[in-house]
Design a protein around this ligand. Structure first.
Ligand code: PMP
Length: 360
């Protein structure tokens, strides 16, 4: 079978080296005679795995000791609730949000259940095709947090600079951004990411938060949803997503071997640049987001009509280029170029797009 290139937005392509390593030790993890899937999360062997994953992530992102790293479950969607439940002051919780599309919309809605939320900037007027300017004068200096969605998986945009929020903790959903380009984590109060894009299989959620933000949760917050519970127990309060954590460790090791985040960022810029150039130079394809805010991870584009779109997706599939359909709320096309997508995959897509352009 010819190589399949998987452009899915998540769960998505994972590094082949990590997959092969997991396959190699699947039945017998490093002479324990059992699989990681079968291992107690309290065993010393698993203890080493989770410690290794945390240390590698800390190194890759230069996370200082002022921050806690947590390995949780529930996806980024649970963070839409956990963030306000943990950062809002009881009864008087307040937060500011920048609205850049569906995911930030869900975060806004969920936080609104627990306190007062305000949208201080939005790009809804142009179907979320850009990142709106922030007027600092509109921001609430007494907010408990300020929330952004760093990369917008559905609309194909990303923040290229980090808003300054003074003493208000900046919170970022980095689900489709984390580990794709260099970022200064110390500028944030809290970042979270579902692992199923750049890190591991679905089921693991990573939270990185400033330690001084621990322990100020609202009184109603269930024990399981308090960051402090997980911090006090080194992410082993209950059974964590063991296999996801193990796999994350393998992916972090792969990133180290690739040369770290800066090396990956260079490749990611090259991949996205190739595809955006192809779109910009074509008669048929049209990009959907403003050039200065284009996502490196999720390239969204359109064909002139629905029939051509369907034809493109079907023909791409027979050429081994799969999962190019845009999100159901957005339509059109989307190619997700996460870290594990090789440059060859993008080149093959571009070559196919060139032929499709000529033919139609
Ligand atoms: N935020 C962003 C930016 C996402 O892309 C996604 C998933 N595609 C989510 C949140 C929701 O993540 P989960 O499915 O892990 O809850």
């Amino acid at each position: 079978m010819d190589k399949i290139y998987n452009f899915s937005a998540g769960p998505s392509v994972l590094p082949e080296a990590a997959m092969k390593q997991a396959q190699k030790e699947f039945l017998n993890y490093r002479n324990t005679g059992i699989s990681v899937l079968e291992m107690s999360h309290r065993s010393s062997v698993f203890g080493k795995i989770i410690e290794s994953a945390e240390q590698r992530l800390r190194k890759l992102l230069s996370i200082t000791d002022h921050f806690q790293v947590l390995f949780l479950q529930g996806g980024a969607s649970l963070q839409f609730a956990m963030v306000p439940l943990n950062l809002f002051h009881d009864k008087t919780g307040q937060a500011d949000f920048i609205d850049t599309g569906s995911w930030s919309g869900k975060a806004i809605q969920e936080a609104g259940r627990y306190g007062e939320v305000r949208v201080v900037a939005t790009s809804e007027d142009e179907n979320f095709s850009y990142i709106p300017e922030l007027d600092r004068g509109k921001c609430n200096p007494n907010a408990d947090f300020f929330h952004i969605t760093m990369n917008n998986t559905i609309f194909g945009t990303r923040f290229t600079s980090i808003p300054t929020t003074g003493s208000v903790p900046l919170v970022a959903d980095m689900s489709s951004f984390i580990l794709s380009e260099a970022i200064d984590i110390s500028k944030f109060g809290l970042v979270y990411a579902g692992a199923q894009k750049n890190i591991a299989p679905a089921g693991l959620t990573i939270v990185i938060l400033r330690k001084d933000l621990l322990g100020r949760h609202m009184a109603v917050t269930p024990v399981m949803l308090q960051y402090k519970t997980h911090a006090d127990n080194k992410s082993l309060y209950n059974t964590p997503p063991c296999f996801g954590i193990y796999f994350a460790d393998l992916v972090f090791q792969w990133i180290e071997e690739m040369g770290g985040i800066h090396a990956l960022e260079t490749i990611n810029r090259e991949k996205a640049g190739l595809l955006y150039d192809c779109i910009d130079n074509s008669r048929l394809f049209r990009g959907t987001s403003r050039k200065e805010h284009r996502s490196l991870m999720n390239v969204t584009f359109l064909l002139p009509n629905e029939d051509l779109t369907k034809q493109f997706i079907a023909e791409a599939e027979t050429n081994g280029l799969i999962a190019l359909k845009g999100h159901r709320s957005m339509g059109g096309l989307r190619a997700s170029l996460y870290n594990a997508m090789p440059v060859e995959g993008v080149k093959k897509l571009i070559s196919f797009m060139g032929k499709f352009d000529k033919k139609n």
